[in-house]
Design a protein around this ligand. Sequence first.
Ligand code: ATP
Ligand code: MG
Length: 295
Amino acid sequence: MSDERLRLAIQKSGRLSDGSFELLKSCGLTISRGRDKLYGRVQEMPIDVMLLRDDDIPAFVADNACDIGIVGQNVFEEELLSGIHDTPANEVMELGFARCRLMLAAPKEWSFDGATMLAGKRIATSYPALTKAWLEAESVDSKVVMMKGSVEVAPRLKIADAVCDIVSTGATLDANGLKPVATVFESQAILIRNALKFSPEKQAIFDALLKRINGVLRSRDAKYIMMNAPRSAVAAITEFLPGADAPTVLELAGNPEKVAIHAVCGESVFWDTLEELKKLGASAILVLPIEKMMP
Ligand code: ATP
Ligand code: MG
């Protein structure tokens, strides 16, 4: 038997780590953490986990110290654009958590009327490559000043006129007299992989993991929906159900006019959806979460 193991890099602690651990857990994987807590082993599959600073993950994967990793698209794209790796890692898929935006923010007193206002100005950021790419796309010539942290204080210290920073609520900007004026990059957690070809054993482990991740992502929005409806309404209801394949239509004992309809909805089911179903004649509607799904 092969002793090949897939090496996965995730953030040790921070805004990506909860989502990363949760995703693995939803995939049915538990990690035994080593004593030094930099290294763990997945018990259910031959996967080793390295717990790193998020900024180190693209390099670890590019340099083949790890096979795959979970990292913010912002960090990954920044490294890609800055061209620091000869053979950078490849993005495999978006994972749908740790969503955030890289935004351009300017002093509140500016009446911002477009990117041209930034011409000749100094912009502080921890993401110089993404910022420069955006400025270039907007055909604006500004000076980009690299700062590793506390970017939002730069205008107050007269180091820069504006900033380009990760924003979630905007509270930090507000406290520093800044307001967001443009979105430079929309980010979320992504799965990346080394550009080299995996051995067949490693590829098989990777494929099995991908299958589980896909199953988890698919089932996140999916719901199992059940209702009773007049037989005559089946076609209209089937057509209306969001993201559902052919539903199951069952007899209702002692009621030839009505049937029970069961379906898996691949897209979100909202209260509005239920109201619409009621209008189409459905009653006793039940919406149930789906824990796992495999096509
Ligand atoms: P490390 O110690 O690992 O270097 P860090 O302080 O650099 O951590 P975090 O603040 O944990 O990084 O953010 C990691 C990633 O999480 C960011 O690169 C971004 O992709 C995402 N992120 C950042 N801010 C938010 C936010 N407010 N909401 C959701 N995701 C975010
Ligand atoms: Mg970091």
